[in-house]
Design a protein around this ligand. Sequence first.
Ligand code: ZN
Length: 424
Amino acid sequence: MNWGKTILLFLIITLLATFSLFSLLAVFQNPKSSNSHNNQPAIDPWITQTIPSGGSIFSVLANQGLPLKEIALLAFSFGDYIDVTTIQPGDTLKILLSEDKQHISKMMFIQEKTTRHHFTVTGDSLSYTLEALPVQKRKRILDGALQGTLDATLLNMGLSPKDKQAINNGLEGEINFSRDARNGDGFRIYLEEHLFEGSVLPGHKIFYVEYRGERTGNHELFRYQDKEENSVLNGLYNKEGKSNSTSGVGFPLSVIHVVSSFGKRIDPFYGRWANHQGVDYRARYGTPVYAVANGTVSCAGYQGGWGNEIRIKHPSGLSSQYAHLASMSVRSGQTVRKGQIIGRVGSTGRSTGAHLHFGLLKGKGFINPTNLKMVGAEKLNDTQMVEFKRQQEVIKAEMQALLNPQPVVASSSVKPGKQNKHKS
Ligand SMILES: [Zn+2]
């Protein structure tokens, strides 16, 4: 296995070396071609660099032959705007040099296809803007019939594993699938997909799920959308606002934005590959951190690279870990309830910016915390229910409009659309 890795690494290095050689040749040939074709559009003045495996922003900048002082300033300031723990091989850095080629005047960093991070360098300072490229949104109704398992049926319809999971989790609490589901049972899904440059981006926003079978009866789920775009409450609930999930595990933050997931990644400090033993959530300094389940605090203190760290031992035998905290409001030995505030987000220890590192331990080993089925709320509260009822009506009206498009006719007698129920 180690040999396989070594060979793979060797191949990658060889490939990179070949590419560098080619790009070098291209640089030497460019002046000629630009002179001979004066009427051609100018060559792209941006230098485009892909972060190589094992590379870093620093190494990419150093390859441009720029003064070390400038590189240090830029590489350092970069971390004020980009969570450097998210930098992956394949991310793109575009650089625009000054006239004398001694300084960088602009940089553009591209991670997700749909966002651009722009940096402008003026003397010793850096200004930053984030540009979100417009994505096209398309709402669709998918009608299907059960063939084998629900999982397989949904995947066959082109839904992503994550979408499939959300639908499955929602229906599981409503329907006893192994006992009552039958091939040919019908279902309807109303979702929104995002398109960028003609292709569908992964992950849908699911607004509505209906399942109907002779033995199962009819079941409907609706999406609840909180004011916060990434609220942990967002998701599918039944009409009464129950989330159908009884895992008993909550989220450590009320708004979730994953910036680095479990597994391999580039070490933000040294640019080497390292194993990331948890999930990083982006959050502002001081954001409350919650215990994900009932338990006993097994440690709460400063632990080297973890900074201020809390570990909670749960009755399930698992322990949860919360690191880089600005402050802690629990002590070792104390019992905590699920949802209790245990501390505040910070950047203590070996951290490059405010974030929560959330880990999960089984015995002494770290396991992937996304294996936990975390639930924002088992039941929406009264205030949320008022809003949820309103959203259900909007969803139903939108679906009705999609199913029965009204002809655009100047008519005074618009009849209510006939309920073409279960037409599939
Ligand atoms: Zn982390």
